[in-house]
Design a protein around this ligand. Sequence first.
Ligand code: HSE
Length: 435
Amino acid sequence: MDHPIGIGLAGLGNVGAGVFQNLQRNRTLLRERLGLDLLIQKVAVQNPAKRVSEGYPESVLTGRWQDLVEDPAVQIVVEVMGRKDESLQLILASLRAKKAVVTANKALLAEHGAEIFEAAQQNQTPVFYEASVGGGIPIIKCLREALVGNHIASIHGIINGTSNYILTRMSEADLSFPDALAEAQALGYAEPDPSLDVNGWDAAHKAMILASLAYGFWVPKDQIFVEGIEAITAADIRFAKLLGYRIKLLGIIKASENEGSEVEVRVHPTLIPQSHVLASVNGVFNAIAVHGDVVGEVLLYGRGAGQDPTSSAILSDIAEAANALQHPRRDLGFSAHSLYGTCKPIGSTLSEYYLRLTVEDRPGVIAQISGVLGELQIGISSILQPESDEEGANVALVMMIHTASNSQIQQALDRISVLSCVKRAPRMIRVEHFS
Ligand code: HSE
C-alpha cells in the first residue's frame, strides 16, 4: 500500500473529537474499503497542553491552524473549528496549498460559498461538506450524485433538531415554548447560542446550501425568507391538531421543474397534514423530502446533529477527498451553472394559511373579517371557534385560508388587525400540502 494520506484536523470540540476517535476506530475498515490508509497527521487546537492532559498525543498537536497548511504531509484539511474569519482563512489557504478541504461549517458555506468554490475552481482542489446539513444524513451526496440526473422540483426539510425537539415537546407534553427550550438546552441539544436554532437561521443556512446545490447558484442571504418558532404557542399546536395538522419548522425550497424558473427558499413554522410522513418526525430527528422530476419522492431520515452522526458524515467526506486526491476529477463539490439564478420574493410565493385571531364574541365579527378577506379575493376553507362562556368575551377564531400570495395575506392581516373587534395581533402560519 502507498504512503498514508495525511489528515490535518482543525478543532477538537465535540465534532472534532468524534472525528478523531471514529477515524481511529474504523481506520482498518476504511483502509480495506478504500485501499488507502488515512492518518491523522496534525491537530490544531487552541490549547494543546490541555489536550495532552486529556490523552491526545503531543506529537500531533499544534496551537496554530497554519501548521496544517504548511505541513506537506497534510493532504486533507478537516475544518471543524466552526468559526467565521479563521475558518474561512484556513479553508482558502488550504485550497491555495492544493489540500482537499472537508468542512461542517454551515454558516460559512451559506455566506461564503461562492468565494470558497471560486477558490476551489482556481486551485482545482475539492471541498466536501456533507456534515453541514442534516448531520449524519447523506443529503449532500444524494443531491450531488444520486439525483444528479433530476431537476429538483422541491425539497422540504426538518433540518433543525432543536426546534423540532421543542415543537415535539410542546405538542406531546403541552409545554410552553420557554419550558420546552429550557428542556432542550438542559439536554445539550441547542447551539451555544440557541437563538440561531429558534429564530430559524440555523435551518436557513442549511436550506441555502441545499438550494444552492440543487439549483447551481449560491443563493443570496437577503433573498430568502426566514421566520423562527419563538411565537408559536401551545394554543396554535392544539388548534392545528384539532384541524388534522402538526406544526414543524420547515425549510422549503422549490422551483418549477422548468429550467429558468425562480427559486423559492424559505424557512418558517408550517402546518403540515398529520398524515404526511414528515409529521411523524419527532424529537431531535431530521428528515428531508426531495422531489426530483425523474425519481419522484425521496425521503432521508436520521440524526441531524451529535458527535457520532456528524463524524460519520465527515468520515465519508474524508474518504471521498482521499479518492479525489488519487483520481482528480471535474466535480470539486459544487457545480455552478446558469439554468436558474434568481429567487422569488416572499410576497409572490403562494401558500395556504392558518390564521388565529383573538376577537370579541359578538354578532357580525365573522362577517367583518370574512368581508376583508372577500374584498382581497382570499377564500376561507374552514372556520373553528371554540364556544365561549358569555357573549362579548374575547375568544379565539381560527381560519384556514385557501391558496393566496403572501402579499395578499399580508394586506388582509394589516386590515384585520385594526378592526375594533380584533383584540390582539393576528397569528398567521403557512400551511403546506406537498402537492
Ligand atoms: N443545532 C443544530 C440542530 C445542530 O439543532 O439541528 C447542528 O446543525
